[in-house]
Ligand binder design. Structure first.
Ligand SMILES: Nc1ncnc2c1ncn2[C@@H]1O[C@H](COP(=O)(O)OP(=O)(O)OP(=O)(O)O)[C@@H](O)[C@H]1O
Length: 509
């Protein structure tokens, strides 16, 4: 179990994560969703002890990562597939991680087989494609056979076979009772892979619920109706009959109508009464993508504004009519309206308190574009305990991001029980070698941007970036469980990715 309580991270003026509380449970795949820059990677780094929270806490099996006995055997992670010493072969990369964590060499060959890299095991990883790099990162995460796995965008760059493989891998890891936490922007994939979702926007929790609940809470089921293409007047007739009966009708791009607010039999009756023949009348459930778009459209920071496809469009033949644009399509809110029972609160979580933190109203996202309270300006009430429910916060205003000196009142984070871990109790003796490679412990480097004050002092002071050409030194045995592990051996963390000397010969296998 991963448990975050009131987790907050600021980089100078930038609040990357704000007051996040959630639990990631074993036995399920939990998807971690959010727009670009919403704080997913930052959250994962805090879970793995690679960044220190500004406030709040996050534990794995009851321990902060750095206090976790034999952490590399308990937690595996893929954060950045490129965080590999390019001059090393895949096998030697894994071997060095294994040696530093007391993992037998035969396990290296096992995981190489699991990820399908056995044939290129002796090739230097700098020649790897993006997908091969992802596989190597996944192999590193699996190395310690850990109970808790974190994957940041694991299907990036994978081919369809690879995507299917990752999906099945995640599901089988969860089926074995492991805790699997995976971020992705691929909604269709998440819909097939995840059982549960944690959705954040601008660093704040938007939803914490099952995929099924998420879709039904944030979208409406709808009916698709098609009238004969040859008689456009029938479409108009049906539209007015349905609208008159209280239905909500949206044209779809292929000429069909998308109807919400009326049950299928009623649509059929209305069509019959209006003398309109139907070519299609079918029930549909909104996709995860639609539900996600609806929920997050108010908290997207980076949105493309230029129609890049404009220049690619073919000229219409003389006399041809351009396709009728779908009203509102592409604009916030063009998706089907929220389910009526939600009373216009598409994000209200079924059965959950509407406003667990007493912050912004639950309907804050119901009307995209409507003025929304700034959650940063409204310090949340102290949560009684780690909520499993959605934090129905309002859409933050970008211009009003919190300043470092104007920190809202922080909730007192609940202290994680210092007792023995629960479901992820350490499998190995605490004295087992646990010190991971120093390179893995380095904080995220952002060369183009000078680090903000919060990052100027690395969270892991003892771990400066290791020069790329220098192999990670063999770690001394861990002093014991109280010795903070600087980073997981199996975490594919950045900092070891500086260009390797191309003339360097591959070290002994
Ligand atoms: N080391 C850092 N120093 C300063 N700002 C940072 C640092 N790391 C992250 N940020 C900022 O924190 C915010 C959250 O970034 P993060 O990488 O966690 O988002 P994300 O949800 O993982 O994004 P994406 O989906 O694009 O990977 C961003 O605005 C980012 O610029």
């Amino acid at each position: 179990m991963i448990e975050a309580v009131g987790l907050t991270k600021r980089y100078g003026d930038k609040t990357a994560v704000y007051n996040l509380s959630f639990r990631v449970r074993p036995g399920t795949v939990t998807g971690f969703l959010g727009p670009n820059g919403s704080g997913k990677s930052t959250t994962m780094r805090m879970i793995l002890g690679l960044d220190n929270p500004t406030s709040g806490s996050v534990t794995i099996g009851g321990y902060p990562y750095r206090k976790l006995p034999n952490a590399p055997r308990q937690v595996g992670a893929l954060l950045d597939a490129k965080a590999v010493h390019g001059g090393r072969s895949a096998r030697n990369h894994l071997l060095s991680l294994a040696q530093l964590s007391g993992i037998p060499a035969r396990r290296v060959d096992e995981v190489l087989g699991v990820v399908g890299l056995q044939d290129v095991a002796k090739k230097r990883s700098k020649g790897f494609s993006l997908g091969m790099g992802q596989r190597l990162g996944i192999a590193a995460a699996l190395l310690g056979d850990p109970q808790v796995l974190l994957f940041d965008e694991p299907v990036n760059g994978l081919d369809p076979e690879g995507i299917l493989w990752v999906r099945n891998l995640m599901r089988s890891l969860a089926a074995e009772g492991r805790t699997v936490f995976v971020s992705s922007h691929l909604m269709s994939e998440m819909a097939l892979t995840a059982d549960h979702l944690i959705v954040i926007g601008r660093g704040q929790l938007l939803a914490d619920m099952s995929v099924r609940d998420f879709i039904s809470a944030n979208s409406a089921d709808f009916a698709r109706v098609r009238t004969p293409d040859t008689e456009p007047q029938l479409r108009e007739k049906l539209t007015s009959a349905l609208t008159g009966a209280g239905g909500h009708v949206l044209p779809e791009q292929d000429g069909a109508l998308r109807i919400t607010g009326l049950p299928l039999p009623r649509i059929s009756d209305l069509a019959h009464e209006a003398g309109v023949r139907l070519w299609e009348l079918s029930p549909h459930q909104a996709s995860l993508e639609e539900a996600y778009m609806r929920m997050t459209q108010a908290v997207v920071d980076y949105r493309s504004t230029v129609d890049q496809k404009a220049g690619l469009q073919q000229q219409l033949p003389p006399g041809a009519q351009p396709p009728v644009p779908v009203p509102g399509q592409g604009q916030p809110g063009w998706y089907a309206p929220p389910p009526p029972q939600q009373g216009g609160q598409p994000f209200a979580m079924p059965g959950a308190p509407a406003n667990p933190y007493g912050t912004a109203p639950a309907h804050a996202y119901a009307a995209p574009g409507a003025p929304a309270p700034n959650p940063y300006a409204q310090p949340p009430a102290q949560p009684a305990q780690a909520p499993q429910a959605v934090q129905a916060a309002g859409a933050p205003q970008p211009a009003q991001a919190p300043q470092a000196g104007q920190a809202p009142q922080q909730p007192t984070p609940a202290q994680p029980a210092p007792a023995a871990p629960r479901d992820e109790a350490p499998a190995a003796a605490p004295g087992a070698p646990a010190t991971p490679p120093a390179a893995d412990a380095a904080p995220r480097q952002t060369p183009a941007t000078p680090p903000a004050p919060a990052t100027a002092t690395p969270d892991t002071p003892a771990a400066p970036p290791v020069p790329a050409a220098a192999p990670a030194p063999a770690a001394p045995p861990a002093a014991g469980p109280e010795t903070p592990a600087t980073a997981p051996a199996s975490v594919a963390a950045p900092a070891a990715s500086s260009p390797a000397d191309p003339t360097q010969t591959e070290d002994a296998r």
